[in-house]
Write a protein that binds this ligand. Structure first.
Ligand code: NAD
Ligand code: IPM
Ligand code: MN
Length: 348
């Protein structure tokens, strides 16, 4: 029996995870896949009640699962750096989920003010364990005119090499093209080092075409020529920003999925939509469930159930094509429940 830890989290996280479970159940039933779910109420609500996002042995509890399905974390009242560093980021790090895989596709029927091409199909490979996200640094002289904050970025040879290798291997199985996001013209220690290490790994993959682009120019190309990309590899912060931009290019942040992967499968990987808890629409039943559903399909694929995952993708193609089964963020009219039921119907 495959064991899934489910952490719906905050805001629309709870709404889209319910949707994802409904679609997962339908796909698994069709394919004879059996998953068992254990749900955890780890969230900002728990923080307000018990003073912590998760129990002290939370990581140990998750260790025994085959995968983790997460909604979103963060809610007004608990500072974001407290909620995120109290739940999401420790999971990514404890389980060496150093790849954050974020595919982008433009679906038939889905419009976006940024949509310039139909053949957009690329993957952001985001470094997920180091880089700009670090606890090294500090704030001094709080409240005084000479107050200052320092934040160190950490790039290691091991960390950069393994994310680059993942990107090159992924590209070799796709259209054979890697773009590395850099800013070595402005950030003079870490990103020249990133460039050097990525170029060394590129040399080991002569079959894959390789370009390096400055993040500012790359952001513009995401909008103007998204169809040219295949695999885009970037540091933790660059990958974070590029993945929301890419989601907007493809129509809505509400459809973007992600896998926080431990490629060696030594530890559980975690699957979650790219979006957050969306306090502005939470509780209204209008959140787009597709980002969570697609993340669940990525989880099935990771667990070896490729046929069930492919069925979910086909169902998404069917429902996204029609305004009555698309949610409002995509110009449709469906509620979360209606969009979810349509996915179940499309699964057959
Ligand atoms: P957000 O992704 O929650 O929302 C950004 C905008 O996109 C909002 O207007 C929202 O309504 C819209 N949106 C997001 N998901 C949608 C969906 N499924 N359907 C329709 N519209 C959708 O980002 P934010 O406002 O910057 O962050 C809100 C909270 O979520 C913060 O606490 C933040 O730290 C947290 N957050 C958590 C994660 C995560 O858990 N991985 C990711 C991003 C943000
Ligand atoms: C994401 C989110 C998180 C990140 C935040 C909430 C810490 O934006 O998963 O993209 O930056 O990794
Ligand atoms: Mn993000």
């Amino acid at each position: 029996m495959t064991r899934i830890a489910v952490i719906p989290g905050d805001g629309i996280g709870t709404e889209v995870i319910e949707a994802a479970r409904t679609v997962l159940d339908a796909a698994c039933a069709r394919h004879g896949v059996s998953l068992s779910y254990t749900e955890f109420d780890w969230s900002c609500q728990r923080h307000e009640r018990e003073g912590a996002m998760m129990p002290a042995d939370g990581i140990e509890t998750l260790r025994g699962f085959d995968a983790i399905l997460l909604g979103a974390v963060g809610w007004p009242g608990v500072p974001d750096h407290v909620s995120l560093w109290g739940l999401l980021i420790p999971i990514r790090r404890a389980f060496r989920q150093y790849v954050n895989l974020r595919p982008i596709r433009v679906f038939e029927g889905v419009q976006s003010p940024l949509r310039v091409a139909d053949d957009v199909d690329f993957v952001v490979v985001r470094e997920n364990n180091e880089g700009e996200y670090s606890e090294v640094g500090g704030r001094v002289n709080r409240g005084f005119p000479d107050e200052l904050a320092v934040q160190e970025s950490i790039f290691t040879r091991v960390g950069v090499s393994r994310i680059a290798d993942y990107a090159f291997e992924l590209a070799a199985s796709r259209r054979g093209y890697v773009t590395s996001a850099t800013k070595s013209n402005g950030i003079v220690h870490t990103l020249p080092f990133w460039d050097e290490v990525v170029a060394e790994r590129a040399a080991l993959h002569p079959d894959v075409r390789f370009d390096s682009e400055h993040i500012d120019a790359l952001a513009a190309k995401f909008v103007l020529q998204p169809q040219r990309f295949d695999v885009v590899v970037g540091s933790n912060l660059f990958g974070d920003i590029l993945s929301d931009l890419a989601a907007a290019v493809a129509g809505s942040i509400g459809i973007a999925p992600s896998g926080n992967l431990n490629p060696e499968k030594e530890f559980p990987s975690m699957f979650e939509p790219v979006h957050g808890s969306a306090p502005d629409i939470a509780g209204q039943g209008i959140a787009n469930p597709v980002g969570a559903v697609w993340s669940a399909a990525m989880m099935l694929e990771h667990l070896g159930h490729a046929a069930a995952a492919a069925d979910i993708l086909r169902a998404m193609e069917t429902t996204l094509a029609k305004p009555e089964t698309r949610t409002r963020d995509l110009g449709g009219t469906a509620t979360t429940t209606e969009a979810t039921q349509a996915l179940v119907v499309a699964l057959g």
